[in-house]
Design a protein around this ligand. Structure first.
Ligand code: FRU
Length: 495
């Protein structure tokens, strides 16, 4: 047995930096058939340090080509998180009439040795060679802080109805909205957040805002909503660490209106390792996908996770949609369709079967990369623990109750012992499902487990440093019985 978690091998399906440290995805933009992924990067150590923008591109969202670091700290400060867009018609006048890429980032300038003493402002860098090289706008900063210390993470998008650019920016514990006609001159038009959603001892971070159609909204007019995504960092008053909340409502180009009760907290992911999520801009209308990626870690322990030469991994890219539920419109997530195009082999399934008390091994994956789907129907009084692969390292607990199913999850340190950080092992409530049936879909790779429950209505993302990574899928029936209605499990070729 080990008393520490094992260092991860390179994941095959998830982006990791070539070395050093990585946190938030930045500047996600699709341009000339390439998905760009920039990221908060410290190349010189495997802990957080003066922030750069690392860079990679992909055509299939699975294989990534590393490109030179796009932005490095200079006299103005470090390069914190931000976004990128395509300036299609040279509205900025910075591309000599051509189209180009514009990246908006926060400069973070320490003012003394005290890490809490700093100033933040919004800046612009542009590229006219498909993101291969970047020059900083000479008029930086675009937006000076109005005296708010935490003033960061600009997310810029084109708002077609008002024919101007909008920037969502985290300011203390609210989001500020700025607008611009030329990407250079910005004015503050509204703010959102006071008394809304979750507030902890940590500022809000990494906002995103986009519109999506509502699926299954019934007959009549096509329906849509705006989704405002907001991260909250780890603080001592919050045992969950950093997490991502979202709001559903309307945005008229000036103001965001939350259509749910102000105190209703909607979690984008019920797991502990899904943070700083951002959506890709520049995806053509005809494709229409709202693709996102998140950093898979938690500020509670991100600097301490087991490492083997690099620290940090991104989630698998996901596609977002909205569905109408009894409680209102809610987000749904799916793994980006590119996942199905991989050479999945060794697929196994089983005939429907009833499981009684005890542990049942259902399938044995052939490699550490697994895509699975399982539908369970729970009998009255039924209670099971699903051991997706990690030999008891992580389990999803499903309990039948009078009004449906209760889901909870726990993760232990290696072999049940406390792992590298006391915050890593945990147990918590995941949610409630009406009915008696649950469908799980998951993606397992070295170092992580991403679980989508109930057709992606609940998402659960966790780092998973278990040894060995490849263990059978098992269900332990603790009470009553359950029926396995469907199971499909495929592995990638070992590599
Ligand atoms: C979120 C965050 C951002 C900031 C960046 C610094 O994880 O704290 O708010 O820009 O990380 O690396």
């Amino acid at each position: 047995t080990h008393d520490t978690c094992s260092p991860p091998a390179r994941p095959a399906l998830h982006f990791t930096p070539p070395g050093g440290w990585m946190n938030d995805p930045n500047g996600l933009v699709f341009f000339d058939d390439e998905y760009h992924l920039f990221y908060q990067y410290y190349p010189h150590d495997r802990v957080w340090g003066p922030m750069h923008w690392g860079h990679a591109v992909s055509r299939d969202l699975v294989t990534w080509e590393t490109l030179p670091t796009a932005l490095s700290p200079d006299e103005a400060g470090m390069c914190f998180s931000g976004s990128a867009i395509v300036d299609e018609h040279d509205e900025s006048g910075l591309f000599a009439g051509e189209r180009g890429l514009a990246a908006f980032y926060t400069v973070h300038r320490p003012l003394s040795d005290d890490p809490q003493d700093y100033r933040q402002a919004q800046c612009l860098a542009v590229s006219d060679d498909r993101g291969r090289s970047w020059r900083r706008y000479t008029g930086n900063p675009l937006i000076e802080s109005p005296g708010i210390k935490d003033f960061r993470d600009p997310k810029v998008f084109w708002h077609a109805p008002s024919r101007r650019w909008v920037m969502a920016l985290a300011c203390g514990q609210v989001i500020h909205f700025y607008v611009s006609e030329n990407l250079l001159d910005w004015r503050l038009v509204s703010e959102f957040g006071e008394g809304q959603g979750a507030h902890t001892g940590h500022p809000w971070e990494c906002p995103d805002l986009f519109e999506l159609p509502v699926e299954g909204a019934g007959s009549g007019e096509p329906d849509s909503r705006w989704v405002l995504v907001v991260g909250i960092g780890a603080s001592d008053d919050n045992a969950f660490g950093s997490f991502t909340q979202y709001f559903i409502g309307h945005f008229d180009g000036v103001r965001f209106h939350n259509e749910n009760p102000a105190d209703r907290l909607l979690m984008m992911d019920e797991g502990r390792d899904f943070y700083a999520v951002q959506s890709w801009s520049g995806i053509p209308e005809r494709d229409g996908r709202r693709l996102v990626i998140a950093w898979m870690s938690n500020w509670q322990y991100a600097n301490q996770t087991p490492e083997s030469g690099w620290r940090g991994a991104m989630s698998f890219p996901r596609e977002l949609s909205l569905i109408a539920t009894a409680e209102g419109v809610r987000l749904r997530q799916r793994f980006a369709g590119e996942l199905t195009r991989l050479p999945w082999r060794h697929c196994s399934g089983i005939e429907p079967l009833v499981l009684t008390a005890g542990r049942h091994v259902l399938a044995n994956p052939a490699s550490g990369q697994v895509q699975g789907r399982l539908t369970l129907a729970m009998a009255p009084q039924g209670r099971v623990e699903i051991d997706i692969q990690q030999g008891g390292h992580q389990r999803l607990v499903v309990t039948r109750q009078a009004d449906g199913l209760r889901l909870s999850h726990w993760r232990r340190g290696e072999n049940g012992q406390v792992a590298f950080d006391s915050h890593y092992p945990h147990a918590h409530d995941v949610g409630h499902l009406p009915g008696t049936r649950v469908t799980l879909e998951w993606l397992l790779d070295e170092g992580s487990l991403e679980l989508l429950i109930d057709d992606g209505r609940i998402s659960l993302t966790h780092l998973s440093f278990a040894e060995p990574a490849r263990l059978p899928l098992a269900i332990e029936v603790l009470a009553g019985t359950c029926r396995v209605e469907a199971l499909a499990l495929c592995s990638l070729e070992d590599h």
